[in-house]
Design a protein around this ligand. Structure first.
Ligand SMILES: [Cu+2]
Length: 113
């Protein structure tokens, strides 16, 4: 009886992991000319789904430090140079404001649905 319960728990966890890996997407948002860009175009807001990941990639010849103080997702990626990237996975629905600690003019919103 206990073994069957354990089996079911493991099965459910594996199914969830599989579903997340198949259906979640990774978006790349570049830091370029002190702007957030996606596919070469400046973005001030993006809409993603719960479970999706954003890869923040620095394409500028100087450091950026991407962070968010939002209730939805608080993170601080630290300073990183050109060519490096860091990822953030958004696991709840809501709105996150994303900024750069070095360049106050950099700002974008991530809407997680
Ligand atoms: Cu910056």
């Amino acid at each position: 009886m206990k073994q069957k319960y354990l089996f079911n728990v493991v099965f459910i966890i594996l199914t969830m992991v599989f579903a997340t890996s198949v259906f979640s997407k990774e978006y790349e948002i570049d830091q370029n000319s002190k702007s957030f860009k996606m596919d070469g175009k400046k973005v001030e807001a993006v809409t993603i789904k719960v479970g999706d990941t954003i890869r923040f990639k620095n394409e500028d010849p100087f450091f950026h430090n991407i962070f968010s103080l939002s209730d939805l997702k608080t993170f601080d990626l630290g300073s990183f140079p050109k060519g490096q990237s860091k990822t953030v996975t958004f696991d709840k629905a809501g709105l996150a404001e994303v900024e750069c600690a070095i360049h106050p003019e950099m700002y974008m919103e991530v809407s997680v649905q």
